[in-house]
Design a protein around this ligand. Structure first.
Ligand SMILES: NC(=O)c1ccc[n+]([C@@H]2O[C@H](COP(=O)([O-])OP(=O)(O)OC[C@H]3O[C@@H](n4cnc5c(N)ncnc54)[C@H](O)[C@@H]3O)[C@@H](O)[C@H]2O)c1
Length: 450
């Protein structure tokens, strides 16, 4: 079975979720494009979009219609050539309508899991629960005579473990899209020790066709992306807890969040990022990583406590940010949660005091947006961090410790073989997390004082 034949029948499990819906979009467009090639005329391409609720699936179809239209609008010149044999399609809007129909025609929304049994390729994007993933995959793929190939979007669970639990005999690979899959360029590909070579070859071909930036990760819980992010977050929590011995907890969280954004020139502060991802998701990933990587203490009693108090973060349906470590007003942090008082304390109440304690930024300050757009990005970053090195303020000290810890985490991922090389760690942080520079750099070299 070649690439195009394999994609004739596909299933996406968890199709209506955040990741599943993006995967459906990418794969349905790829399938529709294959179906429009002259050599594939007459072949039927079918994608079973499997999820648990009809309502969620009808939302998915609405999303697909909008996104397929946007795709068609962007590719109108190429689509004119694709539909050159259709004299009935005259105006651009005729071509766009036809393409939307061709993409939607591929997708079959279903709540019956067994529909996936017909697929040659299964993308799995259900919740991050190894037992759930294994149970569903066993039902649709284990003893299936079609011997489908499974691509799991797990953020943290070792592929070999899912393989063994779902009895797939190596017909599985980690295909870790970043959120949102249709926009984010990065895909981490994770080959388990048992993954069959033909499965890995197909994954490479698909990422190439989707024009993704691929970084291979070893099959270690958390892989590269969460391997860095979770340890980075745990460092931030430890720093906030240390600082809270000499200042109120809310000020300490604010200070670490501000340092990780403004002093480290990152797109957002670390606690804002944790809220964006969702504290429940962070907890879930840590619970996968901690027992599988013994001796590293990858746990956060603070996150457990906040979740116990109903503080979750994550996104509302309209994409707006839910409150987590921080409270948001028009998408901007406006308060910090105090677990003792069980309330959000407005940042305006302590911001001036906390900023004064941190001290000034190096001059001139360098915002993340300005850094990433700067034609001499490396030079302006080197200048900025060179000045940070000379400042003897609590803010600069926190930033140096933070940058050094981030570097140490990156080097650890290479040392432990999770990443094949430093450049892979940097690519994941640059592409998947939009950092302006990779964690393995010459800006921060001192050891982290513990
Ligand atoms: N959200 C992210 O930023 C992100 C990034 C990379 C990878 N991931 C991973 O992708 C996967 C999905 O995450 P998500 O954020 O899209 O979660 P989500 O909660 O948005 O979506 C999960 C979907 O699975 C569906 N589902 C649950 N049980 C099911 C069942 N029995 N049968 C069919 N569908 C079922 C749910 O209804 C839901 O639509 C997880 O493994 C997660 O770790 C998430």
């Amino acid at each position: 079975m070649d690439y195009a034949q394999r994609l004739e029948n596909v299933a996406v499990l968890g199709a209506a979720g955040k990741m599943g819906s993006g995967i459906v979009l990418l794969v349905a467009v790829e399938m529709a494009d294959l179906g429009l090639k002259p050599e594939n005329k007459g072949k039927k391409y079918v994608l079973h979009a499997v999820d648990v609720s009809h309502a969620a699936l009808s939302g998915l179809m609405k999303y697909m219609r909008e996104q397929a239209r946007k795709t068609a609008e962007k590719r109108i010149v190429a689509l004119r050539a694709v539909y050159a044999d259709r004299p009935d399609l005259v105006e651009n809007r005729d071509i766009i309508e036809q393409y939307v129909c061709d993409v939607l025609d591929v997708i079959r929304p279903v709540t019956v899991l067994e529909a996936a049994c017909e697929a040659n390729v299964i993308f799995e994007a259900v919740s991050e629960d190894v037992e759930l993933k294994a149970r569903l995959l066993t039902r649709v793929a284990a003893d299936n005579p079609r011997r489908p190939w499974v691509f799991t979007n797990t953020s943290s669970v070792p592929i070999e473990e899912i393989d063994a639990k779902a009895r797939l005999g190596g017909r599985i690979m980690g295909f870790h899209f970043y959120n949102p899959p249709a926009v984010q360029k990065l895909v981490e590909l994770i080959r388990g020790r048992t993954t069959l070579p033909e499965v890995a070859e197909f994954a490479q071909a698909l990422t190439k066709s989707l024009r993704k930036t691929v970084v291979p990760s070893s099959d270690t819980a958390g892989f590269i992306g969460n391997g860095h992010f979770m340890r980075d977050l745990l460092h931030a929590i430890a720093e906030a807890e240390r600082l809270s011995r000499e200042m109120p907890f809310v000020e300490a969280v604010y200070a670490v969040n501000r340092v990780s954004q403004d002093f480290l020139v990152r797109p957002m502060g670390i606690f804002q990022l944790a809220d964006y991802v969702g504290l429940d998701v962070c907890q879930c990933i840590l619970r996968v990583m901690d027992p599988r990587l013994p001796g590293q203490n990858l746990r956060s009693p603070l996150i457990d406590r906040l979740l116990g108090l109903g503080v979750r973060g994550g996104q509302n349906h309209d994409g707006s940010q839910k409150d987590g470590f921080l409270r948001y007003e028009r998408g901007k942090p406006a308060g910090v949660y105090d677990p003792e008082g069980k309330r959000y304390v407005p940042i305006s109440e302590f911001q001036a005091t906390a900023d004064a304690k941190l001290g000034p930024l190096p001059e001139p300050a360098l915002a993340w947006k300005a850094a990433v757009r700067h034609p001499a990005r490396e030079k302006v970053l080197a200048d900025f961090f060179g000045k940070l090195e000379t400042l003897r303020t609590p803010g600069a000290e926190l930033a140096r410790r933070y940058g050094a810890r981030s570097r140490e985490i990156g080097l650890g991922l290479v040392r432990d073989g999770v990443a094949a090389k430093a450049e892979d760690v940097n690519t994941v942080l640059l592409t998947g997390f939009f950092h302006a520079y990779g964690p393995i750099n010459d800006y921060f070299s001192e050891k982290v004082a513990r």
